[in-house]
Design a binder for this molecule. Structure first.
Ligand SMILES: O=C(O)[C@H](O)[C@@H](O)[C@H](O)[C@H](O)COP(=O)(O)O
Length: 330
């Protein structure tokens, strides 16, 4: 099988390597001519056999929609485009519509595995029509880890289902990472633990919480046990936010994922305007001490102004309670 691959960045480049190693002929195109095999989309379309299969691996949003728009110009009815980037699932419906108007087929595919995928294989979550999934199956099989297909590939549903699955996968990723990270801080914050990284290392086999993320934590702590070379600042690429937005839209409680997302936002603030206000309000109502920015404690705020109690008003006169024959009020 011979396919086109658009986008030869960190992910696309290593996917091309894995595909070639597993018997798929790949012609790659990137805006950067250095890793490209051809110099234009027209050239790419010219070398691919019919029906053409083109895997798009570029950043979600405008870059993806620009590539799709350009592909409409060079592809033919019956060709298949696969979006393997991290697109939002509702963008897939628009992409399918744009391509469908020219008779071009579309599959969306969430890809997980990061920079380790080239060696370990990528887990794939695809959405689209069954015949389009079948056409691309040799590509999916070359990308995923060897072994039982059902453990690393799913045809999750119609167009959009692949990226919806990947979005929820990433929401879970946020929650898991946050839980491990908080556990590490708690282990490190108590003098009773001699070697917190050693505790995490000992959780790798046999425990209920063993996982690949835990293995990666142990890797990160090897040689930098206090993570002293990394700032406590974490970006997000969108899928965690989309997961939380979906939770709100569906009325499904997702407190762990939401808290993990907010922890990333907080990580980017050197000073928290909201917490400054909390401290100011404590000082206002309780005369509690506050801290100077980055400095020592300030004494309690000014004595609160004493507001005299208003004179108690006379209670309103009420009519006498009606009394029934038993003598009890009604
Ligand atoms: O499954 C994966 O391989 C990862 O999820 C991958 O897709 C990527 O590392 C995330 O997109 C990072 O997402 P954030 O930037 O939102 O943390």
């Amino acid at each position: 099988m011979h396919i086109g691959l658009i986008g030869l960045g960190k992910m696309g480049f290593s996917m091309r390597e894995r595909l070639r190693r597993n018997g798929i002929d790949v012609t790659g195109f990137d805006r950067n001519p250095v890793p490209s095999d051809v110099m234009s989309l027209t050239e790419l379309a010219a070398v691919l056999p019919s029906p053409r299969v083109v895997w798009v691996m570029v950043p979600a949003g405008k870059v993806t929609s620009d590539v799709v728009r350009d592909l409409v110009e060079v592809l033919s009815p019956g060709d298949l485009v696969i979006d393997g980037g991290n697109s939002r699932y509702d963008d897939d419906l628009r992409t399918a519509d744009t391509l469908g108007k020219s008779g071009i087929r579309f599959v969306d595919c969430g890809v997980s595995g990061g920079i380790w995928g080239q060696e370990n294989g990528y887990a794939l979550m695809a959405g689209g029509a069954a015949e389009d999934i079948d056409l691309a199956m040799p590509v999916f099989d070359a990308l995923r880890p060897r072994g039982d297909r059902a453990r690393s590939f799913v045809h999750a549903g119609s167009v959009g289902a692949g990226h919806y699955s990947k979005m929820i996968h990433n929401g879970i990723e946020y929650g898991l990472m946050q839980a491990y990270a908080e556990g590490f801080e708690l282990l490190s914050g108590k003098g009773i633990i001699d070697d917190p990284p050693a505790v995490m290392k000992a959780w790798q086999d046999g425990t209920v919480i063993r996982s690949w993320l835990l293995d990666l934590m142990v890797n990160a702590l090897d040689g930098d046990p206090e993570l002293s070379r990394i700032a406590g600042y974490a970006e997000d690429s969108g899928e965690g936010r989309w997961t939380v937005q979906e939770a709100v839209a569906s009325g499904i409680p997702a407190p762990a994922i939401t808290a993990a997302l907010y922890a990333r936002f907080a990580s980017r603030q050197e000073e928290s305007p909201a917490m400054k206000m909390v401290a100011a309000l404590r000082q206002q109502f309780g005369g509690h001490t506050v801290q100077l920015p980055g400095g020592p404690q300030m004494p309690a705020g000014p004595e609160p102004e004493v507001v005299p109690e208003p004179e108690a008003a006379a209670p309103p006169r009420l009519p006498p309670a009606a009394v029934d024959e038993s003598g009890s009020p009604e």
